[in-house]
Ligand binder design. Structure first.
Ligand SMILES: NC(=O)c1ccc[n+]([C@@H]2O[C@H](COP(=O)([O-])OP(=O)(O)OC[C@H]3O[C@@H](n4cnc5c(N)ncnc54)[C@H](OP(=O)(O)O)[C@@H]3O)[C@@H](O)[C@H]2O)c1
Length: 262
């Protein structure tokens, strides 16, 4: 698995493909007692050891924490605060820190909810060594102006945004700004929540990409996101979707460098 610096300011080196935990872990848990640990095993074996979670994802943080029990040090945990209340935010952080062995690698404010209040908490936790880096996330282009303001403020080291061939709004301001400021970029929704996988091209159409180590449509989509060694993203590791081999040239209509090149 290719590894990259997550921007210049987080101090984190992360895999090119990580594991998003929205719906994924709860569904696995419903399949049986071993299913979540088996999923985490498979991710760690593949080198996809960055896990993204949130209190918004039901039981996901707890399930991840339990599955990492005894091997927390092999993983990088990104999770989030998600509440309008500073008091509840502090409770969420204490719970998460309990599940993740007292440390969160990337602590994000989910959807910018009450971000001013929560950044005070996260800055304190970072000063205490319980958090390595701080980020903010949003899924909606209507929030990108506010997201850009937070980025300019200098209090966060990473952002998480949607990016795929159907959702390219971040190319206008957010990705260039992250590059200028040296912020890490975690990409959510690499497959447009599955919409890009419902109809797949004929396998023959992918043949020209074989020289670049790309043999499946999910793999091609992941490579589309990051033609330079620029961004990282979170998604369940799809079989055969690990980028490997030389990097293909970006399509002509896309910027070739959008986020920091470590
Ligand atoms: N969506 C958001 O607004 C949002 C917001 C903040 C953070 N995030 C983070 O980003 C992560 C990923 O985003 P996402 O789950 O929304 O979108 P996504 O990764 O773009 O799409 C997930 C969907 O793709 C399908 N899929 C994955 N690999 C596949 C393959 N090889 N073949 C066929 N289908 C495949 C999954 O199918 P199955 O259902 O069969 O597994 C699932 O329905 C989340 O888990 C979360 O950590 C997302």
């Amino acid at each position: 698995m290719e590894r990259r610096g997550l921007g210049y300011k987080t101090g984190l080196e992360v895999p090119a493909v990580g594991v998003g935990t929205w719906r994924v872990l709860e569904r696995a848990a419903a399949r049986g007692r071993r299913a979540v640990p088996d999923l985490v095993d498979a991710a760690l074996d593949a080198g996809a050891n960055l896990f993204d979670s949130s209190p918004m994802y039901g039981e996901a943080e707890r399930l991840l924490g339990q599955a990492l029990n005894g091997r927390r040090e092999q993983a990088l945990v990104a999770t989030k605060i998600w509440t309008p209340s500073a008091e509840e935010g502090a409770r969420q952080a204490e719970r998460a820190l309990g599940w993740f062995g007292g440390h969160v690698d990337l602590y994000q404010v989910h959807n910018l909810v009450a971000w001013r209040e929560h950044l005070h908490l996260l800055e304190r936790l970072r000063a205490e060594g319980r958090v390595s880096a701080i980020g903010v996330t949003h899924y909606a282009p209507s929030a990108f102006d506010e997201l850009a303001k937070v980025m300019h403020d200098g209090r966060v080291q990473a952002v998480q945004v949607p990016y795929n061939p159907l959702e390219r709004e971040v190319e206008r301001e957010i990705l260039p700004l992250a590059a200028d400021l040296g912020l890490g970029v975690v990409v959510m929704r690499p497959f447009a929540e599955g919409a890009l996988l419902r109809r797949q091209p004929d396998p023959g159409a992918l043949e020209p990409l074989e020289a670049y180590g790309i043999t499946s449509w999910p793999q091609a989509l992941l490579r589309w996101i990051s033609p330079t060694r620029a961004a990282t993203w979170s998604s369940p590791p799809a079989p055969g979707s690990t980028p490997s081999g030389p990097t293909p040239p970006p399509p002509a209509d896309r910027p070739s460098t959008t986020t920091p090149d470590p």
